[in-house]
Design a protein around this ligand. Sequence first.
Ligand SMILES: [Zn+2]
Length: 153
Amino acid sequence: MYLVGHAAVGMAITSALGITNPVAAFGVGWVSHYFADFFPHGDEAVGEWTKRGNEVRRLLAVVVFDGALFLSVFTIFTAHRGFSFAMAAAALGSFVPDVLWGLEKLFKKKLFGFHERFHFANHNFFHIRLPFFVGILFQTAITFALWHSLIRR
Ligand SMILES: [Zn+2]
């Protein structure tokens, strides 16, 4: 799942639980990542595309696009709701598992062995592969609905 989606899930859960402490929000965001990853989310085709070329460079392109998308919606969110340390921390926490994974890719080294085994095993737990089009549409719809509810609360 994309970071812009992970952030929305982490922020929505943090907000639903009424958590305002940034440290707690960071933890909730982090844990929410595994929860969101568990379900099929249909972006396998993008992962395969990154492996067909310079993987690190292609992953970076995805992260830049994804990160820009996140920053844009977070800016809209902040404009409507005001800046919240808890919400920012929830978003950052939700990125942690993929940042750890990204660091391993970047340095081509197993740095977080146990975490990576867990992260990978939990990811799309039932190995249901949605057609790319359906997966992206589904992920976009959920991401949009969550951000919309966060902004319009
Ligand atoms: Zn993940």
